[in-house]
Design a protein around this ligand. Structure first.
Ligand code: FES
Length: 396
């Protein structure tokens, strides 16, 4: 049975991510929302969200992220922040900055918001605006100033890929000039829309190496002034990441319509029914649902993971990646060089090093019409599978 031998040892969730809405003013080519998000457009009410916050806090969750889409599109954000803070959560707003006026910053401060994570797409207006398919660079700069003027600790977040990796020094300079306490240089993880655009976004090994050296140089120069996180995309590794710190281990995501997810992109996995907070309590969902137990612990593993001495280190890697690249979420994460599917990852990295015509695979921006198109091609294997399987050369 999945989760075998661990049911009495399940720790409570630590991190609650409230994805308040899939609506977003940006159209980022690397968004991790499901490509078929238009299939899930309903949203929980304020009261339903409050119930979720109370139940998750009672269970032991301590960190609360408000995300989306763009969470500022919800008029009740301040109400939810206030509730979360009063319950004792550490609260974090994860935002594009669009809609973050001084008035809302005042209200969020008053509600007790602890932290703001502001995303940029690049240090240049041209690329920032291209990748989000908007004209928002100047606005984001103004918002960054306002966040600091309101004395919020700020994380600047920038997703990295082949277009902006050569700008890493400028991105760090930008974060320093803005007074960000933290800079998250998040190399693209290939799920959701990033997966659909993987051929365009995947960097070369050389680009990554150079960017990493730049980050190291800055870290030595700036000391504690700004803490820089730089995570290499695991396609370039031989061992998988410990995704979500293990399935059903610390992370509880609630999507806009109330479906509870063990990771941001679990929704694309086949054969799982995700419980909804409208029908079940957070406690039941966390401890008793099939979706949260399916890949908990080690009982679900097949070879080569089952007998691998490293399984306690990587917890089996990433289920979504196993699905997207092999068609079966119970397979070994193919990033691992012990996986019989590891060649699929090597092929992707190899292809990234080959020069392409710019319009060979035009970028697909996240928008409603592209989402509906992808949702219509859903055949039960998940909307991403065929797109990526073709690119990776693993489609049968
Ligand atoms: Fe879903 Fe890794 S992203 S398990």
């Amino acid at each position: 049975m999945a989760g075998e031998g661990i049911m009495s040892d399940i720790a409570p969730p630590l991190w609650l991510l409230a994805e308040l809405t899939y609506r977003c003013p940006l159209h980022c080519a690397f968004c991790y929302n499901p490509v078929n998000y238009t299939d899930h457009s309903s949203e929980l009410s304020t009261d339903e969200w409050i119930k979720v916050l109370r139940e998750a806090r009672a269970l032991g969750a301590a960190q609360l992220g408000f995300s989306g889409g763009e969470p500022l599109l919800r008029d009740d954000l301040e109400v939810l922040v206030r509730e979360g803070r009063q319950l004792g959560f550490y609260t974090n707003l994860i935002t594009s900055g669009i809609g973050l006026t001084d008035k809302r910053l005042d209200a969020l401060k008053d509600a007790g918001l602890d932290h703001i994570q502001l995303s940029f797409q690049d240090s240049t207006q041209e690329l920032n605006d291209f990748l989000s398919s908007t004209h928002t660079f100047d606005l984001k700069n103004r918002v960054a100033k306002s966040i600091k003027a309101h004395d919020f600790p700020m994380v600047l977040n920038c997703v990295l890929h082949r277009y902006n990796l050569p700008h890493v020094d400028k991105i760090i300079d930008m974060a320093l000039a803005m007074g960000a306490e933290y800079l998250e240089l998040a190399n693209t993880q290939y799920y959701g829309w990033a997966h659909a655009n993987r051929a365009q976004l995947m960097p070369t090994a050389e680009q990554l190496k150079e960017a990493e050296a730049v980050v190291e140089r800055y870290r030595n120069e700036i000391g504690d002034r700004c803490k820089i996180y730089f995570v290499v995309p695991d396609y370039f590794e031989n061992r998988p990441k410990r995704c979500m710190n293990g399935w059903g281990s610390v992370f509880l995501g609630i999507s806009p319509d109330g479906a509870a997810l063990p990771c941001h992109t679990a929704r694309s996995l086949p054969g799982l029914t995700f419980p909804n907070v409208k029908q079940r309590s957070v406690r039941e969902i966390w401890y008793d649902s099939d979706a949260f137990n399916r890949f908990r612990g080690f009982g679900w593993m097949r070879e080569p993971c089952r007998s691998c001495e490293e399984k306690t280190i990587d917890a089996g890697g990433c289920r979504c990646q196993a699905y997207l690249l092999t068609g079966d979420p119970a397979n070994a994460d193919p990033v691992c060089d012990k996986s019989p599917h590891h060649e699929a990852v090597i092929n992707v990295v190899r292809k990234a090093a080959i020069e392409r015509e710019p319009d060979e695979h035009p970028i697909m921006f996240r928008n409603d019409s592209n989402s509906r198109r992808l949702a219509a091609s859903h055949d039960g294997r998940g909307p991403d599978y065929h797109i990526v399987a073709d690119l990776a050369g693993v489609r049968k």
